[in-house]
Write a protein that binds this ligand. Structure first.
Ligand code: PLP
Length: 379
């Protein structure tokens, strides 16, 4: 019997799933491991989706998304960035996951290299492996305020490097790159003639100043930004995301998207239109709640003398577990205290010695879970 594809066999499995599976075998577990908004999708968005189904939006849609949604995205970004973004610059996909996966395959030939943040959302690495590209980590470390080290980037880049991925606000760190760093990253990519993917999944979840997109300084030929409805509008299950990029990149991604998913369900795109056209208060309410949760968790950790990265955005807290093995720690803590969290090692080699919790959890769960964590760490 011949073997299944090496690229798929080699793809890593998420350590978060292992914790979730262990937690499923237990009773009364507090779940702080998954990055899922605690809010339901706002009513006006659900209504728009239901109405669309009744109105007959039950058929295939264009590969790159409906004109209505692409035009709306283009208008939103035109207003935000102050230069013209056109329908041809937008592709709608099945969440950020599919859009980013599609982009990796569009940009990279087998054996080419992708510079990925470490720690980072684990899916980037899986996507790089299945694209037969090489994932090359650049490190975001506490001694550098969790910001990129440009000397390291200069050492890593070579003739095989094709793409630099940046993610601000970051999952799992919550770090928001200052405008100056964003500009330097753009300069670095331009200087070396490589592409940049700016994954801005958490663009609307911030606690201090609004995150800056590299798109703000113009849409260069090498710049792609990825977005999702999932976090800003609590729409994880609707699976609608999009990318903004030069028309040439979008046209090639569209070819791939036809092969992968054909198109995004029309009713879900109608729901996305309602979200983008609708009141922004729902996002504001979520942001305020996550910020309250963040402040509450910070207070518990501060009082217990536990080190952590204070997030400027996204809804995660990156907590130091003092050199312990994060996978073992997460399993032991789950068994002993019935709280599920994500081992830092899942997010890359520099995640060892850290764990991630989600601030998008119910406040009572967070309070109980983090109090148990603080006691456990100080035992
Ligand atoms: N990018 C990052 C950093 C994420 O954490 C996620 C989801 O957790 C995504 C992209 C994609 O989300 P979705 O596929 O739900 O749009």
């Amino acid at each position: 019997m011949r073997e299944i594809a090496r690229t798929v066999l080699d793809a890593p499995r998420s350590g978060i799933r292992k914790i979730m599976e262990a937690a499923q075998q237990m009773q009364n577990v507090i779940h702080l491991e998954v990055g899922e908004p605690l809010f339901a999708t706002p009513e006006h968005i659900v209504d728009a989706g239901c109405k669309a189904l009744r109105d007959g939006y039950t058929k295939y849609t264009p590969n790159a998304g409906t004109d209505e949604l692409r035009d709306l995205v283009a208008a939103k970004r035109t207003e935000e960035w102050g230069y013209e973004v056109r329908r041809e610059n937008v592709i709608v996909g099945i969440g950020g996951v599919e859009v980013i996966n599609c982009l990796f395959r569009t940009i990279c030939d087998p054996g080419e290299e992708i510079l990925l943040p470490d720690p980072a959302w684990p899916n980037y690495k899986t996507m790089a492996v299945i694209a037969d590209a090489k994932a090359v980590p650049y490190h975001l470390l506490p001694e550098n305020d969790f910001l990129p080290d440009f000397d390291e980037l200069e050492n890593l880049v070579n003739e095989k490097t094709k793409l630099l991925v940046i993610n601000s606000p970051s999952n799992p760190l919550g770090v928001v790159f200052p405008e100056k760093v964003i500009q330097e990253l753009r300069n670095f990519a331009d200087r070396h003639g490589i592409y940049i993917l700016s994954d801005e999944a958490y663009e609307d979840i911030y606690y201090d100043s609004k995150p800056v997109s590299p798109m703000k300084f113009g849409m260069n030929d090498n710049l792609i930004a990825a977005y999702t409805m999932s976090k800003s509008y609590a729409m994880t299950g609707w699976r609608v995301g999009y990318a903004v990029a030069p028309a040439k990149v979008i046209a090639e991604m569209t070819k791939l998207q036809e092969a992968y998913v054909s198109s995004v369900p029309g009713a879900n795109q109608k729901a996305a239109v309602a979200a983008l056209n609708g009141p922004e208060e729902c996002t504001e309410t979520m942001r305020t709640k996550y910020k309250e949760n963040m402040q509450m968790v910070s207070e518990i950790l501060d009082n217990a003398g536990i080190a952590y990265c204070r997030p400027g955005g996204a809804f995660y807290m990156w907590i130091n577990i003092d050199g312990r093995d994060s996978t073992q720690f997460a399993m032991d803590f789950l068994k002993d205290c019935h709280v599920a969290l994500s081992p830092g090692q899942t997010f890359g080699e520099s995640g060892e010695g850290w764990i991630r919790i989600s601030l998008a959890s119910a406040t009572e769960d967070l309070k109980a879970g983090v109090t148990r964590l603080a006691e456990y760490l100080n035992k």
